[in-house]
Design a protein around this ligand. Structure first.
Ligand code: UDX
Length: 449
């Protein structure tokens, strides 16, 4: 919404939320999320044509276009638990829109929803309001950490709507918003269902590439082939392309896992078991990759990490974001907790509270389920502090600052042998081995066999 406001001075954008705390934060100098360039962009338009408010009903009634941008988390109980997306918040929005609007509106699904959700939204609106609504699907393809540039220069904007005169007119209205800065040829219009389903398929395909390269990383480690060399060799085939071939400790984030599981669930509900199994395997490989990393650590460190201190470099699910949802670090740390290791975590953007929140939400790891949790995990304000006295470094997030650390200083403060497990293949392995580190990486030949 900040980008729409910044790029369209004639459009008034009001962001509303039921949380007063969130809205107050959006109106302050400390935005509730970290995203490069966001603070500056918000400050350039806030109070001019971008507003943050809790006056939901009034804002609904004043608006011509309403973007429904609420979360659709994986259901935790009931039918489809663990897989289906919970669209309860979308439905609540539709009901509130129907009650508050004194005229017809264009309602845009921005949230990632299962295919055919627009049908439910339409029916709720039609049964609760006498006015005519048009429902559009306009999925979000931005990635965290690069959100502003992804939105300012999108590879494409996708808008789906009903293929009726009124539906096509609504599509054109929304096209007009994006046309303020996006070349017309990059604005793709489709029917509602193609647009809804494209979002899930885009994320499933991206995640599949990461799982594919990660599956081969295991084979590389068994054969002394090098995964980065393979990625370069295959990625230079234009039919394959070089993006999303970076082997890692596993993908995380709020989208991949959730969207694939949702896709799997949808396939199952249409009786397409083989299709469901095919996509489910992408998730299983990701689980395997996270587990494999923790196992490799334990095995390399003489089959025990009990009571040993391990420095965890990075907790966010990728660099340039403070987002920890589904972060691979949480899964690896859970396995290390089971082995009774002590961990010292340093992440430039993640707070201790947020880390424990993630443990609780995703893994049910709390002081009640894991006694000594608070004692086993300390949080540090620098990489050097985390590494002091540690037997190993486990690099979980590819923050740039980890590539330019003083490795001699790190080596000096660690217990020996000083192990390094590079979950992102970003450290200078040869130089570190020269210093004396014992380095393990993803899909890389090992020093000792
Ligand atoms: C993703 C999609 O890219 C975006 O289009 C969609 O709108 C939301 O979901 P995001 O979750 O922000 O965006 O992050 P993304 O950059 O796609 O990375 C996802 C995960 O895959 C991260 O944990 C990342 O570290 C990992 N990854 C990515 C790899 O391990 N290797 C790669 O080559 C690329």
């Amino acid at each position: 919404m900040a980008v729409i406001a910044a790029k369209s001075p004639r459009i008034k954008v009001t962001v509303v939320d039921i949380s007063e705390k969130q809205i107050a934060a959006w109106n302050s100098s400390e935005l509730p999320i970290y995203e490069p360039g966001l603070q500056e962009m918000v400050e350039s338009v806030r109070g001019k044509n971008l507003f943050f408010s809790t006056a939901i009903d009034q804002t609904i009634d004043e608006a011509d276009i309403i973007f429904v941008s609420v979360n659709t988390p994986t259901k935790t109980s009931g039918i489809g638990a663990g897989r289906a997306a919970n669209i309860k918040n979308c439905e609540l929005c539709a009901r509130q829109i129907a009650n508050a609007a004194k005229g017809g509106k264009i309602v845009v699904e921005k949230s990632t929803v299962p295919v055919r959700t627009a049908d439910s939204i339409k029916r709720v609106l039609a049964s609760a309001s006498p006015h005519a609504f048009q429902v559009l699907s306009n999925p979000e393809f931005l990635a965290e950490g690069t959100a502003i540039s992804d939105l300012v220069n999108p590879s494409r904007v996708l808008i789906g709507g009903e293929q009726t005169p009124a539906g096509l007119a609504a599509i054109e209205t929304l096209v007009g918003v994006y046309a303020n800065w996006v070349p017309r040829a990059q604005i793709i219009t489709t029917n509602l269902w193609s647009s809804e389903l494209s979002k899930l398929v885009a994320n499933a395909m991206l995640a599949q590439r990461v799982s594919s390269i990660n599956s081969i990383s295991a084979l590389c480690e068994a054969t002394d082939a090098d995964i980065d060399e393979i990625a370069r060799a295959i990625g230079s085939d234009v039919r394959i392309g070089n993006k999303f071939l970076k082997a890692s400790v596993g993908y995380g984030g709020s989208c991949f896992q959730k969207d694939i599981l949702n896709l799997v669930y949808i396939c199952e509900s249409y009786g397409l078991k083989e299709v469901a199994d095919y996509w489910h395997q992408v998730v299983l490989i990701n689980d395997y990759q996270k587990r494999r990393f923790a196992h490799k650590m334990v095995k390399s460190m003489f089959n025990t990490v009990t009571g040993k201190k391990i420095a965890i470099f990075g907790f966010a699910f990728k660099k340039d974001t403070g987002d920890t949802r589904e972060a691979a670090a949480a899964f690896v740390m859970k396995d290390l907790l089971d082995e009774r290791a002590n961990m010292a975590v340093y992440d430039p953007k993640v707070t201790r509270e947020q880390m424990f929140e993630e443990f609780k939400y995703t893994l049910n790891v709390t002081p009640a389920t894991v006694p000594d949790l608070e004692k086993s995990i300390t949080t540090c304000s620098s990489a050097l502090e985390a590494a002091t006295g540690a037997h190993a470094i486990a690099l979980m997030t590819e923050w740039d600052e980890f590539t330019i650390l003083d490795f001699n200083a790190l080596y000096a403060v660690m217990a020996k042998p000083a192990f390094v497990f590079d979950g992102r293949n970003i450290l200078p392995h040869a130089a570190m081995r020269k210093i004396g580190f014992e380095v393990y990486a993803i899909g890389k030949p090992e020093q000792i066999r």
